[in-house]
Ligand binder design. Sequence first.
Ligand code: BDR
Ligand code: CA
Length: 310
Amino acid sequence: MDKRKIILDCDPGHDDAIAIMLAGRASSLEILGICVEAGNQTLEKTGNNTINLVQYLDLDVPVALGSGKPLKRAPMTCAAIHGETGLDGFPFSPLKIKYHQQNAVELMKSLLDKNEDVTLVPTGPLTNIAELLVKYPEVKKNIKSIVLMGGSIGYGNVSPAAEFNILCDPEAADIVFNSGLDVYMLGLDVTRKALVLPNVMKRMSKIHNKAGELFIRLMKVFNENQLKIFGHSGAPLHDPATIISLLNPKVFTFKKMNVVIDVTGGPSYGRTNCDQFDYLHQPHNAYVAVDINVKEYWNEVEKGLKRYSK
Ligand code: BDR
Ligand code: CA
C-alpha cells in the first residue's frame, strides 16, 4: 500500500506532541517534514520542543522554523495551558539534532516540488501555510488536502467566538479556507468530546514504552492546567484528531459547508462562521467535522502509542 505523504505544521504544545507521536510510527503515513509555528509559545520555544520530540521519538525528518509572526495581528501564546516552555512536564535529554537550513515555507516548497498528493496537517496557527500559498501558488497542484485542527461551529476557547489556532492568525486562516484546496476542519465541536479522563490515563499508563511515558507525563500537566483554567477534569486532546482522521476515516463524520473566517477585528475576530444548514447558499469551501466516535478515537491513540517498540 502506498503511504500517504504528509507535512506537519505545528506549535508543540502538549496535544501537538501526541499528534507527532501518532504520525511517527503509522505504517500508512510518511512524514516528509515538520514545520514549526509560533502559537502555544514563542517560535524559539515551540521549535525547541519540536526538535526535542523528533529526537526523543527517533524520527528521521527535517524540522524547519516558520516566521514566528502572524500576517497582521500581534502574536499571542497559550502559556496558561502549555506552560512556560510550551511543553511543560517532560525531561528531555540534551539535544543533538539541529533545524533544517531552509525555513518552513522554503522546505514545504521544495518538498511539494518533489512530491505529488501531499496532505498538509496543521495543528497550530495557519501562518506558514498561508505564506506558502501566497508566495508559491503553483504548489497547490501537489497538495491533496489540508487537514487541520482549528475553529469551531459553536463557541470558542479563547474568546466567546474563536478557537485558539484560528485567532492566532485569522488573516492566514482566511487565505487557507479560500485557497480552493480541499480543507478538512477538525474543530472544538468534536475535539471537546475527546477528553483525557482518568480511564484514559489508566489505559495508556499500561503501555510501557517511550510513547506511553511521554503521553502520561504530558497529559498530567495538560489536565492540571485545563482544570485550573476551565474548571473541568479531562483536557480535550485536540491535535491528534487530524492524524486519527487520516488513520481511520470512520472516526469522524464530515459535512461540506461554507466557512467564513471573521477578519473584522471585532468581538468575533477569528470565528469560523460555519453555515451548517446552508442558510446563505454560499460555496461550500470546507469539510467540517460534525461528529466523532470517541471509543474509536481512543483505540487509535492506544494503537499509535503501542507502535513504539521501547
Ligand atoms: C488548539 O490550541 C492549542 O493550544 C492546541 O495545541 C490546539 O492546537 C486548540 O484550540
Ligand atoms: Ca497545537
